[in-house]
Design a protein. Structure first.
Length: 391
């Protein structure tokens, strides 16, 4: 059963003329959805970028919302609502200019999804594009990152599947209601994602996958992520819209170089000419994001301590003097012990991940987090074949 507060949020997003930006302005004035839903025509009209015409449509529309049907669909499809004032609302997304007022979610968004990388690209992926999307997604998942994409055919689908195959987490942001499977052939994939990540939409249930929804969807993909990787994108591509959002949001943009004579590589190669970071492996992404990761890790740990949450933090800082140490002495000793245990296994000869799992009894996500910390410290590097050597 939805609480009355969530029902107020739901009614707010169902009301015509209230999108994310206008809703944000209304909330700044009235503070709560309930107050907006009870406000007079005159008070609503005074809000910036509203005016009398829009205010009248809001007041008339809020009385015609089919709330009962929406609640029924939400409960039937096991969908959760996460409003923008919730502690469970993703922190990266909350920081953008126009975050959705409410997220509709199937599955679970976890604290470690704070460390997400988006992988996007064309639906018309070549064999090369598929190979690179699977490679990067697998490598990122093995290192403990959450892979974000849009659930579409092509690069999106290959990236989600590779993250799941690597026993990692993945988030799919959809351009329709969560009770609609689009594309239809991804039903099995979406079911798997709900068990190891989440399906996310800002659109109420029964919203069809209309063309205009996808540019809006793309700002959420970049907003959830620390950086966006583009693999194969023609000049006029939805992936390049995601890049525009990423630039506006201050996210890092990465591009995989493509064949010079391929139309699906025109956009990615143009991004490289415009200054996007060239990517051949996940290490290129991590190296570029290292300063951001260190800052985000400190911020993440502070939020965890303040909220009293005890979820495992996937990455812990390399202990640099420039970063405040937020661990207790016992926690710091435990982390140092884990790092030393893994580091002792590495020499000049490559050691594979499976062999380290057997020798340490760490599971893959935990071991991947330890290896990432060692890579950030420049003590370990990854080599082809998912193997590692000491530096």
């Amino acid at each position: 059963m939805l609480s009355q507060e969530l029902i107020d949020w739901l009614r707010l997003v169902l009301t015509p003329e209230i999108g994310s930006r206008r809703g944000k302005s209304l909330l700044e004035k009235f503070k709560t959805p309930k107050a907006i839903l009870e406000a007079s025509l005159g008070d609503i009209a005074e809000v910036e970028n509203v005016g009398w015409g829009v205010a009248k449509r809001i007041v008339e529309g809020r009385e015609k919302v089919d709330l009962d049907r929406q609640v029924e669909l939400i409960e039937k499809n096991n969908v959760r609502l996460i409003p923008s004032n919730s502690e469970f609302y993703p922190a990266n997304l909350k920081a953008i200019y126009d975050p959705p007022l409410v997220l509709f979610v199937k599955g679970e968004i976890l604290p470690q999804d704070y460390f997400s990388i988006a992988i996007v690209g064309t639906r018309l992926a070549s064999f090369y594009g598929r190979t690179m999307s699977e490679k990067l997604s697998r490598q990122l998942a093995e290192k403990g990152f959450t892979v974000v994409s849009g659930g579409a055919r092509g690069i999106d689908t290959f990236s989600h599947r590779a993250a799941l195959k690597a026993k990692g987490r993945t988030l799919a942001v959809l351009g329709c209601g969560l009770d609609i499977t689009y594309p239809p052939d991804n039903k099995k994939l979406f079911d798997e994602i709900t068990g190891h990540g989440a399906l996310i939409s800002e659109f109420p249930l029964r919203t069809e996958p209309e063309k205009g929804n996808f540019p809006m969807r793309n700002r959420i993909i970049s907003g959830l992520s620390l950086g966006v990787v583009v693999i194969e994108a023609p000049h006029k591509s939805g992936a390049l819209i995601t890049v525009t959002h990423a630039n506006d949001q201050g996210r890092e943009v990465f591009s995989v170089p493509g064949h010079a004579d391929s139309f699906v590589s025109k956009g990615t190669n143009q991004l490289l000419r415009e200054g996007a970071k060239l990517v051949e492996s996940a290490d290129d992404i991590i190296e570029e994001l290292e300063p951001i990761l260190i800052s985000k890790i400190a911020e993440f740990k502070t939020n965890q301590l303040e909220s009293g949450q005890k979820e495992q933090i996937p990455f812990v800082s390399g202990g640099r003097k420039t970063q405040p140490d937020l661990r207790s002495a016992d926690e710091a000793a435990c982390v140092a012990g884990e790092e030393e245990q893994v580091k002792s296994l590495l020499r000049d000869e490559p050691v594979c991940l499976d062999e380290m799992v057997e020798k340490t009894n760490f599971d893959i996500p935990r071991l991947s987090g330890i290896l990432l910390r060692l890579q950030i410290k420049k003590l370990v590097r990854q080599v082809p074949g998912n193997q590692f050597v000491a530096r």
